[in-house]
Write a new protein. Structure first.
Length: 322
């Protein structure tokens, strides 16, 4: 069975309750949940019947226990989660103004996940990457490690690729996670050079390379398989021997919350590729799941709302999706 390693960070989420927002107050009530881009992708991969492990570090506290239990309930593997005594997960808070615009505040500088690349367990964790068909991570993942940690991770990915593992990089860019854009551009270039598949968007790339055309942005990415999502629900695909445009089907339900649109797209794309679909079919699957996810509040939609999974010829080995 094909398997995926998702690497990243899940944080405690405090979301402002509607009553506090409508009162026009800075305080108010907050609901608590958990959130993280690569974790969202891992959950959707598991729901799409892909064997997936989540690689991160958590504390030994009750909140970390709750995270582990929730991931297990979603069939996300937790055997690669390192637990650190005395540490806690990171935390972020979402405030929403009267117009519905969101503002994020983060407390994550001492979060357990930031130490993942500098632990006694790190070598064993990184050596395990070669046992997976796909290693998936985002730019947010890379932003939480220091330069030495990123170098260590890239070296492990390169070793795994020699044995057939594919590296999928999602350019989920958040400026607040980087010391400056020059550092981000340098790290992005290294990830592009190492990746087999890049999932990106105009929103991410224009923040780093303002004023460039779609062609110029795509030319920056040498990877053999590229999915470039535009501002409208359209993806431009580039893969060996072809380029293609994939348009999402027209929406029939109102958009409620765009959280995890890209994360769910990534999960459906990866799942389809592992099941034997070509990139065009995979992008169609990505748009199909994302169009459902944005019709529900929050990153993870109810299980009953998942669209039916289309069956394809399963990949017989890691080489089958090359």
């Amino acid at each position: 069975m094909a398997s995926v390693a998702c690497i990243g960070e899940c944080m405690v989420e405090l979301r402002q309750a509607q009553s506090g927002a409508s009162a026009g107050q800075g305080g108010g009530l907050y609901s608590r949940g958990f959130g993280g881009d690569t974790l969202n992708t891992a959950v959707y991969l598991a729901r799409l019947e892909v064997k997936v492990d989540y690689l991160t570090a958590l504390g030994d506290d009750a909140l970390s226990d709750e995270m582990i239990a929730a991931w297990n309930a979603e069939n996300v593997g937790t055997r690669r989660v390192v637990r650190l005594a005395g540490k806690l997960p990171g935390l972020y808070m979402i405030q929403t103004d009267a117009k519905g615009e969101r503002q994020f505040f983060h407390w994550r500088d001492s979060a357990a996940a930031r130490q993942l690349m500098s632990l006694p367990e790190t070598d064993e964790l990184l050596n395990s990457l070669m046992s997976y068909d796909i290693v998936y991570l985002s730019a947010i993942t890379l932003s939480i490690y220091d330069s030495a940690g990123r170098d260590r991770l890239f070296a492990a990915i390169k070793r795994a690729r020699l044995l057939g593992t594919r590296f999928v990089f999602d350019t989920n860019f958040r400026a607040r996670g980087w010391p400056d854009r020059d550092v981000a551009r340098e790290v992005f270039a290294a990830a592009f050079a190492a990746a087999d598949i890049v999932l990106t968007s105009t929103e991410d790339l224009l923040a780093l390379y303002p004023g460039e055309s779609n062609d110029q942005l795509m030319a920056r990415i040498p990877t053999p398989e590229l999915v470039f999502r535009l501002a409208e629900p359209v993806s431009l695909l580039r893969f060996p021997g072809a380029t293609h445009e994939v348009r999402a089907e027209p929406m029939t339900n109102p958009v409620v919350d765009t959280t995890a649109a890209g994360d769910s797209f990534a999960a459906a794309y990866i799942a389809a590729r592992l099941s034997g679909s070509d990139p065009v079919e995979a992008a169609q699957a990505g748009h199909r799941l994302a169009s459902v996810v944005i019709c529900y509040a929050g990153a993870i939609i109810p299980g009953y709302a998942m669209p039916p999974k289309k069956r394809h010829r399963p990949a017989a080995s890691r080489q089958a999706t090359k």
